[in-house]
Structure formats: structure tokens, C-alpha cells
Write a protein that binds this ligand. Sequence first.
Ligand SMILES: *[C@@H]1O[C@H](CO)[C@@H](O)[C@H](O)[C@H]1NC(C)=O
Ligand SMILES: *[C@@H]1O[C@H](CO)[C@@H](O)[C@H](O)[C@H]1NC(C)=O
Ligand SMILES: *[C@@H]1O[C@H](CO)[C@@H](O)[C@H](O)[C@H]1NC(C)=O
Ligand SMILES: *[C@@H]1O[C@H](CO)[C@@H](O)[C@H](O)[C@H]1NC(C)=O
Ligand SMILES: *[C@@H]1O[C@H](CO)[C@@H](O)[C@H](O)[C@H]1NC(C)=O
Ligand SMILES: *[C@@H]1O[C@H](CO)[C@@H](O)[C@H](O)[C@H]1NC(C)=O
Ligand SMILES: *[C@@H]1O[C@H](CO)[C@@H](O)[C@H](O)[C@H]1NC(C)=O
Ligand SMILES: *[C@@H]1O[C@H](CO)[C@@H](O)[C@H](O)[C@H]1NC(C)=O
Length: 783
Amino acid sequence: MRYHSVIVWLAYTTALVAAEKYSQYGGSPPVYPSPNITGIGGWEDALKRAKDFVNELTLEEKAGMVTGTPGPCVGNIAPISRLNFTGLCLQDGPLALRQAIYASIFSAGLSASASWDRALVKERSALMASEFKGKGSHVILGPVVGPLGRSPFGGRNWEGFSPDAYLSGVLVEESVKGIQEMGVQACTKHFIMNEQESQRNPSYVDNKRVEAISSNIDDKTIHETYLWPFANALRAGTASIMCSYQRINGSYGCQNSKTMNGLLKEELGFQGYVMSDWGGTRAGIPSILAGLDMNMPGGFDFATGAPSHFGGNITLGVNNGSLAIEKVDDMVLRIMTPYYYLKQDVDYPDIDESTGGLNFFPVPNYQYQFSFGPVTDVRKDHASHIRKLGAAGTVLLKNTNNALPLKEPKNIGVFGNDAADFTQGLIPSDNYDIGTLAVGGGSGTGRFTYVVSPLEAIKTKAESWGALVQYITSNSFIRDHGLGSIYLKPPDVCLVFLKSWAAEGSDRSTLIAEWDSTAIVEKTAALCPNTVVVLHGASPNTLPWRDNANVTAILAAHMPGQETGNSIVDILWGTINPSGKLPYTIARQESDYSKNLINSPELVGSTDPDAWQTDFTEGSLIDYKEFDYYNKSVAYEFGFGLSYTTFELSDIKIDVVQANPSRTPSSSAEILPGGNRELWETLVNVTVTVKNTGKLTGATVPQLYASLPAAEAGDKTPVRSLRGFEKVELSAGESKGVVFGLMRRDLSFWDTVGQTWRLPAGKIGVSVGFSSRDLGLEGEISV
Ligand SMILES: *[C@@H]1O[C@H](CO)[C@@H](O)[C@H](O)[C@H]1NC(C)=O
Ligand SMILES: *[C@@H]1O[C@H](CO)[C@@H](O)[C@H](O)[C@H]1NC(C)=O
Ligand SMILES: *[C@@H]1O[C@H](CO)[C@@H](O)[C@H](O)[C@H]1NC(C)=O
Ligand SMILES: *[C@@H]1O[C@H](CO)[C@@H](O)[C@H](O)[C@H]1NC(C)=O
Ligand SMILES: *[C@@H]1O[C@H](CO)[C@@H](O)[C@H](O)[C@H]1NC(C)=O
Ligand SMILES: *[C@@H]1O[C@H](CO)[C@@H](O)[C@H](O)[C@H]1NC(C)=O
Ligand SMILES: *[C@@H]1O[C@H](CO)[C@@H](O)[C@H](O)[C@H]1NC(C)=O
Ligand SMILES: *[C@@H]1O[C@H](CO)[C@@H](O)[C@H](O)[C@H]1NC(C)=O
């Protein structure tokens, strides 16, 4: 008896400790009911057409409209031929139509963001969308702003843009516009705080179910950092949002009413539909009531193979009274309104016969008849764009003695496994040794039709002056034998190509380039006083050899896509003047980043169902905001990047556009997609002049950072936050004025008590420069 009560007591205290440990964020508050679509913001007419369509549907058809079914695309909504509706084809992913042939492999989000070029980023999305449309795909599963990049180790950071919420916000807006102006739907993903791959889904340890990791976050940080770029995507009209696998404050991403009903549909006025990540639906009616509109892939539970949580359960739920038919109607309306808005009912191409190559569904076990069209080559002249963006997204980090641009070296050495052509096929799945890394792996990759390797492009370039191009592309050979086989030592220039793999499903285990990179650089530099290092792949990478005097130049070349070799040759020889800027921080060493990523071996083996918890206690202090706040030195700061010319900034001018604005946006202002309309009104213009003071044409990126008064904006207010940037191309000697329009949201902090954005009463510091730590111009804003 006594013994028994001790056990009970022990169990009780363990439970208390557990509750304390897991609930410091208090769980996710319930937000019901789920808001209805109104069509506000320009979709009103499309909504009327969607209503006419829904009125024709049977209950079973309605259930089918919100539940994926086996078919040729990675996600499929069944056709209803009676209504001339040919179904919906959803395809991966953010940089290419993954499972097609004769489609382009564009630059990854990482390269796009390193270009800091709105126009190029928009063009990338538009050209990509034209390929999706050409192959009969209605929805692109992209762009990506989740993960944002809380930890540099995140395995999927490269699919998105930048750990800076503002930069990601601007670029996702351009991306959604680029996609949807071509008549294709964007699906902005993954909502929200899917910041690590490790334990993103539940696992089974000793047959015990262990739940997916829970990202636990406070209200201020989610608004000021992780939700921020999603608001931009909504403002641009994203048709859809994909909810994420992991939990948020203990509640799964695809059944979290606070994030879907509350943040997305109420606060940000989202009018489109939320679809689940593949197999991310954990329950039927509870997910629907929390705001989930479409279950993917849906025909079965992707993870367990069980029948769908939606489908038959929806008809059952409506018939037994546990689910209102009006709720189902709203889900279908949210799906069909952007379809009509984007005129996808008019002459949309049939699904390209070449899709379906992933054997995702047991072919030809399709329940429904899809219409197929011929295999079409949709690549057109997109290669020239890809080559251009690949170069624009390359960042020159070091260039001593003007090692670059190269002229006509007679003897060129090319070293490293990243220089070579692919050796393991044209769709990058797992990490591979010899072969260039042009994009990462997982659902965000694509099937190449060709790749121009760096070695091939260098050989082609050097032909015109008959240079000797000597190469070793086996890193293990260099590691064991050095540059032993090279004739005429040292070459005039040694180009070393390194790479870092990353793919969906796992996180990075190191921030140092792979395949013995340090040894490869050191062995080369020992012989070659003019060693130029090029890094491809996931970023950031720490660079242990960066101060080696024989390493004269370093280029972070990211993931340029199929024209990678041509892009780097354009930079190396100065056909294109480098203008990329780091969209992240390169620390001096790996341990300088607080890792913010949970994957210890003890956790991996734990059978505690709630063991996986990650508290976002750092608030918004990630990437440069962390380094700035703690006054830590870095190797290369956020926003940094060299050019072959020089620039100067002058004449900062601050113009108040809207005098004496209220502290908070009016609570009676319309809630448009993206939130309260007044948040997007420009309050202040900051103007500067930028001049090219060198001898070559080139582009640079003046950047504006705002410093909110910490006394009002709260603990851990970043020292400065990016709030404006503009890519400017200038010929030698030319000057241009740049205007940064600062909107209300840009100058506000999230007031958790008022549940609104609030302008500080005190002064806001403004600094403008060429990086987050090269800020020559300063000013103050009082609004
Ligand atoms: C998470 O919990 C915090 C602390 O209780 C709360 O402020 C916040 O609104 C919650 N957010 C979500 C999305 O559940
Ligand atoms: C949504 O609209 C239906 C009628 O179609 C109504 O019954 C329901 O109350 C509305 N829900 C909300 C949250 O306004
Ligand atoms: C379907 O298309 C045919 C041919 O264009 C047309 O005659 C018919 O009215 C359409 N039906 C509906 C329901 O739109
Ligand atoms: C309802 O969903 C469950 C999984 O939650 C599944 O096992 C069941 O077969 C579904 N029922 C119908 C009628 O689709
Ligand atoms: C009604 O249907 C839903 C969905 O399948 C099911 O979860 C629920 O248990 C059913 N309720 C009743 C009372 O039968
Ligand atoms: C730099 O190159 C020279 C050969 O030109 C060599 O003697 C020296 O050791 C090298 N330095 C390093 C740090 O590798
Ligand atoms: C960083 O430096 C500033 C200015 O020198 C100082 O005010 C601040 O307290 C320092 N912060 C930390 C965390 O050391
Ligand atoms: C602010 O800048 C925009 C252009 O970016 C311009 O149209 C507007 O007139 C400017 N307003 C003021 C008051 O300077």
C-alpha cells in the first residue's frame, strides 16, 4: 500500500515535471471557428464563379475536391468531367518541375536570394511557372520561406531565401507574383517553423510512437520573424499555403487552429487554401476545423498506407452531423477561387505524358481518368536566365591583389570533385563524390536534362587562347598524392571547387565543405600561390583556410542550376562583375553559431513521446541579429560581397510621407490578404545616392537597416534589422538616387498586449551601407 502510493506519487511528480518542461509556452491556444472566404482583395468575381461550381457538386465530389487521389502528378485532385473540370495537378517544387523531362533546372532559392535582385527573382519564378503550365501543372509547390533558416545546419534552408525575414519577405512576394502572373498557382510553404529536418515527423522507437518535434515560440517572435515573410506571400496573393509536418507549441502544424484559423485566415486575411504537407495530416475533422482545406497526397495516408483522414470521412462526417456542409463548401471555394481568378478553366494544357516518373503512386492504379498531352520541351531560352542568375547569386568574399578577374592564364589548374560533370545520373538524390553540385536533393530538386560542369566551361573558355587546362577531380587522390600528376608547376592559377550537400530529410552535420575540403585547399595552396576557391552547395560554410595567403580569392557560388559552369566562368573572367551579397552570416567557426537545432543521440533513442522540444528562446536573434546583439566578430557578415569595381554612398535624406500617423493601424481598416491594409502604407522615404567610383560597370546593393528603441520594442530587440535594399547597376563614374520606402510594418514592433503592430514613440535609428557591418550613412526617424 505504502509502496504503491510512493509509485503513484512518483508518477505524479514526474508528470508535473514533464508538464512544466513541455509547456513553458503554454500550448497552442484554440481559435475557432474557421473564417470563411470572402474574396476580398480582388478575388470577388472569381469567388462567384467558384460558388456556381460548388452548387453543382454532390457531397462525394466535394469530398474529392479536398482530398488528393492517385494520379500522374505528385498531388492530384480528381477531374469531374460532367462539369468540364479536368482536375488539379500539383507538382514539386521550388526550383524546377521535379519529375518532368525536358524541363529546366533553375537556380535554387539560396542563389536567388544571394542576388538580392527583385527583377531576376521574379523572372526566375515566371519562367519556371511557364514550364509548369506548359506541362499541365496547375500548382507549384513553392516558393519556400519555411524553413527560414533559424539554424545554419537546417537541411532545407537552401530551398528558401534567407534567415532574414525582410529579405525573404520581399523575395517571396516577387516569386508569388512571378508565378501567378503566368496563370499558375503558388503554394508558399512550409507553414510554420519547420526549422529542422530531424524528427520533423513522428518516429517509432521500440514500437513506441514518438511525436514529431515541437517548435515552441512566443507571440512576438512568430510575428516579427517567422510569420513575417508569409504575410508578404499572402499580400502577393499566394493561392495556397502548405502547413508543416512538425508541431507548434505542442500542436501539429496541419491541425493547429492558432496558426491556420488565427494567424493565417483571421489576422492575415488569407483567402486561398491550406494544403497539408505530404502525409502531414494527422486527423480528419479536427484538422478541418482548425483550418486545413486539402489533404495531400490524400488517397491514402502517405506514412502508414491507411485510407485517408479526409475523403470518405468527410462524407461520413457530414452525414452523421459532426461536420457542417458549409465548412466543406468553404474548403472547396478556397480551392476553386484562385483557379478561376487565374483563368485555369480556360485552355489549360493537358498533363505532360512524361510526368509520373517518380512511381509515387502505384501506376496505373489511378481511380480517375486524367487527360494527358504529348511530351513537350518547355525549356525555350531559359538557360540564358539561369546562367545570369547563377552568376548574380555568386558572392565574391576575398580578392587579394586583384587575383580576379582572370585574364588569359596559359596554365590553369582545376581541382576538386565539384569541378567535374555528374557521374551518378541526372537527378541528384543522395550525396555523391565526383560530380558538380548544382542544386540540392529531396522534393526540392529536379531531373536535369544537362548540366554544364565548371571543368567543361573552363575548358571551353580557355580554348580561345590555347591555355593548358590540367585537372584532378578525385579529392581522395589529391588528399593522398597532392597535385602529383600536374605538369609545369605551379599553374598560373589553381581553381579549387568544393561542395556541401544538403537535402530534405536530414540536417547538415558540418558547416565545412565536404570530401576533405580543408586538405584539398591546403594541398593546392601549398604548391600554388594563386589559389582561387569556389564553393557550391548548401550555406553557410565556415572557411578554415580563408586567411591562407596563397588563397587569393574565394567565391560562394551557391546552387546555380543547370548552367553552373557558365555562371562561374562569367564571374571568374569578369564577363559579369560579381554583385551577389551574402543572405546569411559566415561565422569564424562553426561553434560561433548557437546551433538552434536538436538532434542529440540521446533524443534519437528516447521513447518519451514528447521528448522532442525546441524552444525558440533566442527570439528574433538569429543569424546577423545574434552576432550583432552579442558583439561577436564574424568572418563575413550578412549583406557582404565584393565587386571588381568600387562604390560610394552619400547624401542620406529622410522624408516623412505620412505625418503624425497613429501608433497602431486602425482596427477598422480592411483586413486584406497580408493583414491590416495600413501596415503596407509607406510612412517614410529614405533617399541616398550611390556612385560607381571604379573603372568597370557593375552592380551593388545599398542596404538600409532600422534600429528600433529597445526600451519600447522589448528585450532582445535586434541592434539593427534590414528594412530596405535595392540592386543598382552603374557604369563607371555613374551615380543614381535610391529611395527606400519604409512601410508601417517595417517601423513597428509586435505589441503582444494590444495584439497589433505598434510604432515606437521614440526615435528609430537608420543606417545605410553596403553590408550589415559597413554602414557609412546614419540618420534618425521620428514618426
Ligand atoms: C505559443 O505559446 C505562447 C506562450 O504561451 C503564446 O504566446 C503563443 O501565442 C503560442 N503560439 C502558438 C502559435 O500557439
Ligand atoms: C461561414 O458561412 C456559413 C454559411 O455559408 C455560416 O453558416 C458560418 O457561420 C460562417 N462561418 C463563419 C466563421 O463566419
Ligand atoms: C463543357 O464543355 C462543352 C464544350 O465546350 C460545353 O458545350 C458544355 O456546356 C460545357 N459544360 C459545362 C457544364 O460547362
Ligand atoms: C477515416 O480515417 C481513418 C484514419 O483516421 C481511416 O482509417 C478510415 O478508413 C477512414 N474512413 C473512411 C470512411 O474513409
Ligand atoms: C461521424 O463521422 C466521423 C468521421 O468519420 C467520425 O470520426 C465520428 O466518430 C462519427 N460520429 C458519429 C457519432 O458516428
Ligand atoms: C604558398 O606558396 C608557396 C609557393 O609558391 C609556398 O612556398 C608556401 O609554403 C605556400 N604557403 C602556404 C601557407 O601554403
Ligand atoms: C555590445 O556592445 C555595445 C556597445 O559597445 C554595448 O552597449 C553592449 O552592452 C554590448 N552587448 C553585449 C551583449 O555584450
Ligand atoms: C516616396 O517615394 C516614392 C517613390 O518610391 C515617391 O513616389 C513618393 O513621392 C515619395 N514621397 C515623398 C514624400 O518623398
